[in-house]
Design a protein around this ligand. Sequence first.
Ligand SMILES: [Fe+2]
Ligand SMILES: [Fe+2]
Length: 146
Amino acid sequence: MMNGYPLEGPDAMDVVWSTKYSTGIQLIDEQHKELFSEVNLLRRSIQEGADREAIGRLLETIVDLSAQHFATEETFMSQYGYPDLIQHVAEHTSMLTSLQELHAKFLESHHTIALMVPTFMEGWLKHHISDGDFGFVTFLKARGLA
Ligand SMILES: [Fe+2]
Ligand SMILES: [Fe+2]
């Protein structure tokens, strides 16, 4: 399997975006969906024996997309004075640090270490969206801002 091809049908291990993760803010939903799909691509690539370079590129993409996504949310939150901004930013910082640590481990050891990334990402995609992101989205919507 090559990096960059469109995902075909879902497989049993995929993390699947569904409307329960929908915030109704288009940019944020698109970023979440892209993260789900890159995470699936990474896991499948490792399982199908992609080379180290391809896996490294996917990892970098996931780190970059996560950083961009967190920055997008933090801009929304600070722009509209979201009261739990500090807590939410702390969660982002901690997730990004963990991702960067996994990336660093990948660089210094066998490439199957990269399999820890989909497991880690699955946790944050599912829980952080439901428990964290919905908090500020509800705040924005209640004020007619989103
Ligand atoms: Fe998010
Ligand atoms: Fe978030």
